[in-house]
Design a protein around this ligand. Structure first.
Ligand code: ATR
Length: 271
């Protein structure tokens, strides 16, 4: 019988997830159906329960439900627990398992596709919203020597690292703290690119040979990437690879097989 999966969000019309998972399933010879479901803003838990009752095996969760998804999980992966956000639920016989694959998706894209080391490198993460949450633990686990999180509202960044306690090399604050620091990897997890706004990054933030990575995708060279190039970043990437890699990791959690990411990237780039 065909197993059912879905992505829940609001809005959801432009989600690439159905296309990605349908392609993974074709590639891996898995019999699944994957749809996009618009959940009412005040009815997420109910919509998920209805989907599970109708035979659903698991879901992806996107804006604005990633924190609510954490609350309906019976068990959580460590990375979901530390992120306080869930993007993948798997409906097991003994309860709902919640995970967050955003961070492994980012790390896989940087390391495997772009061939850039994270181990021993100085990393700057910009933003403290939903997009930044999921990536902190995976970046630390990948061996970042220093991880600074800078946000327009400094308190939100400080809050994000609170679960990690005092840890050498982990700092959070406002953009002001970046003066006189340089980084090998600068990741934009703010939504500033969506409104074509520049971030107040001081000169000297981009070390020689550094990578500038914007989690936004489908917008060409964003303002952040253009500014980064001007300020000396050597490599630029948008977030399409992270999107595909986080989806692949969700697929693996559900189906036990890891799809091949490269052909799916090529398919999306060909659009
Ligand atoms: P998401 O879930 O997509 O991350 P969010 O929770 O609203 O959305 O977070 C948006 C992030 O982008 C925040 O870090 C926000 O900074 P604040 O916490 O200070 O609001 C950041 N952001 C959005 N527009 C920005 C801008 N023009 N300059 C700097 N930061 C911006």
């Amino acid at each position: 019988m065909t197993d059912r999966y879905a992505v829940f969000g609001n809005p959801i019309a432009h989600s690439q997830s159905p296309r990605l998972h349908t392609e993974f399933a074709r590639q891996c010879g898995q019999d699944i159906a994957y749809e996009a479901i618009l959940a009412p803003l005040d009815g997420f838990a109910e919509a998920v329960a209805a989907f599970r009752r109708s035979g659903g095996k698991g879901i992806n969760v996107t804006v604005p439900f990633k924190v609510e998804a954490l609350e309906i999980a019976d068990r959580l992966s460590e990375r979901a627990q530390m992120a306080r956000a869930v993007n993948t639920l798997r409906f097991d016989d003994d309860g709902i398992f919640g995970d967050n694959t955003d961070g492994v998706g980012l790390v896989a894209d940087i390391r495997d596709r772009l061939g850039v080391d994270i181990d021993g490198r100085r990393v700057l993460l910009l933003g403290a919203g939903g997009a930044a949450r999921g990536v902190i633990l995976p970046l630390l686990e990948a061996g970042a020597a220093a991880l600074m999180i800078a946000n327009r509202t400094p308190e939100r960044a400080v809050e994000l690292i609170a679960p990690y306690g005092v840890r050498a090399g982990l700092h959070a604050g406002g953009f002001g703290m970046l003066a006189k620091h340089e980084f090998d990897l600068v990741i934009n997890a703010t939504s500033a690119s969506l409104s074509d706004q520049s971030l107040p990054l001081p000169q000297g933030v981009f070390a020689a040979g550094s990578l500038a990575y914007d989690m936004v995708y489908g917008k060409g060279t964003t303002r952040f990437l253009a500014d980064a190039r001007e300020q000396g970043a050597a490599l630029l990437s948008d977030g399409l690879g992270m999107l595909v890699a986080q989806a692949a990791e969700s697929f693996r959690l559900w189906r036990g097989v890891m799809p091949d990411i490269a052909p799916v990237m090529a398919m999306l780039r060909g659009d």
